[in-house]
Design a protein around this ligand. Structure first.
Ligand code: SDX
Length: 388
């Protein structure tokens, strides 16, 4: 009996909550114990020991690279940073008229026009496209950020790491080691998270055998929403609306009273503290000494939000801080503007999207769930002249 075909009792899972649709070896999100593993490595050990480039290799290839493998992968990443000139034109044309996530999505969807093997669907070619996408997400997002401040495009510097090159292309000057290290950590923490909405959207698109560029374009479009990747920008906007730390509790009280969602809290899977939020929180606390008064104020507001929300909704409703609560103050401390936060989330998540798409294509099955029809049937057709 095919599950769900019993129309009398369809057994609907709203939002597909709690539904397993496939198996995967890429990451495990343990929502009860607040643990996260990429290919079996805990997020804490990767955050402490690895780099974004190495984590990208781990996610798409399934194991940590040998030194030789890493050097080859890193060389290929650096060689793919150039942005085709017409795509710089799209960035120039759209920036300032549309949200940076829409500029990024449009730029990414134009890439096949400049990749002669865009529609060759072998694993090797899809791996090549994945490396190119990981590289170009960084340089395209930096170019968008550069354009947002009406400054001239900065060409990539092949001598720099992925994170350092992003900050160099964004700011026109090489970052400090600390700034590059902080961004590298944020990229690792956001790189992968099982079947979140944008990864699922990528898989739905790819499951029709649309090409990798099409599938990734769907992922970028999905990440934008404030319930998902857009929450980091929305959480910082909330902190700015709160304005002063002493306003925090009243603001949260009022918002909850109006049944508004507090950005940076709650999660479909984590019903305890998001392990990534813990790492970002401690990074933010380490940065306090060298931070501006603005970042210190944002941090105090975030910590007061955290305290109040855990007391009010943590233990009782399983609504805890998630990855987006402390990200905004950290990004602000390294000079990233709020409307570039979600594009930066995409810069992190592109290896996760590619890893899942390559894995799913190994046993592809069209993703096509059911909906239970509750409307009328067999209504008699009345010609327009006879309708009231
Ligand atoms: C990410 O899936 C992933 O893995 C995503 C992600 C990743 O790495 O890819 O982890 C990244 O998207 C993190 C989440 C970022 N989003 C936000 O911070 C936005 C605020 N959070 C909420 O919108 C919400 O918590 C969701 C969308 C994240 C999860 O919501 P669910 O699982 O659909 O649960 P729900 O919205 O049905 O909430 C259940 C109850 C509701 O109350 P009732 O209607 O039952 O009375 O909890 C309440 C909600 O109102 N609730 C909140 C809340 N989150 C849930 N109330 C206040 N503030 C919140 N943040």
């Amino acid at each position: 009996m095919i599950v769900g075909m019993d129309k009398s009792d369809p057994g609907i899972a709203q939002g597909l909550q709690g539904v397993y649709f496939t198996e995967s070896k890429i990451s495990d999100v343990d929502g009860v114990n607040g643990k996260l593993y990429y290919r079996g490595y805990s997020i804490e050990s990767l955050a402490k020991n690895s780099t974004f480039e190495e984590v990208c290799y781990l996610l798409v290839e399934g194991k940590l690279p040998s030194r030789r493998e890493f050097l080859g992968f890193d060389r290929q990443l650096r060689s793919e940073r150039q942005i085709p000139k017409p795509i710089l034109g799209i960035i120039d044309e759209m920036t300032g008229r549309a949200h940076p996530m829409d500029v990024l999505r449009t730029a990414i969807s134009a890439l096949p026009a400049y990749d002669k093997d865009a529609y060759v669907e072998t694993r090797e070619e899809n791996l090549r496209k994945s490396i190119s996408l990981i590289s170009k997400f960084g340089s395209i997002t930096a170019a968008i950020g550069r354009r947002m401040s009406a400054k001239k495009y900065v060409r990539p510097d092949q001598s720099l790491s992925h994170a350092a090159n992003f900050l160099y292309m964004l700011n026109g000057k090489k970052p400090t080691e600390k700034q590059a290290k902080v961004l590298d950590l944020m990229l690792i923490l956001h790189a992968e998270h099982s079947s979140n909405a944008s990864t699922f959207s990528t898989l739905v698109t790819g499951s029709t055998l649309a090409d990798l560029y099409a599938a990734i374009t769907a992922g970028v479009a999905t990440l934008k929403g404030p319930l998902h990747g857009g929450a980091d920008e929305a959480a910082l906007k909330m902190m700015r609306e709160i304005g002063e730390p002493e306003n925090t509790e009243r603001y949260i009280e009022d918002a909850l009273g109006k049944r508004e969602k507090i950005m940076g809290f709650g999660h479909r899977v984590y019903k305890t503290y998001d392990p990534r939020a813990r790492i970002i929180r401690s990074t933010l606390e380490e940065l306090q000494k060298s931070s501006s008064p603005e970042v210190r104020k944002l941090t105090e507001i975030a910590l007061r939000e955290e305290k109040m929300m855990i007391e009010k909704l943590g233990k009782s409703r399983g609504i805890w801080p998630n990855v987006d609560l402390f990200s905004g103050p950290v990004y602000t401390s390294i000079g990233i503007a709020p409307d570039l936060f979600t594009p930066l989330f995409a810069v992190s998540r592109i290896p996760g999207w590619c890893a899942h798409m390559l894995e799913y294509w190994e046993h592809d099955r069209l993703l096509r769930p059911l909906e239970s029809y509750t409307g009328p049937l067999d209504i008699r057709y009345v010609p327009i002249g006879k309708r009231s």
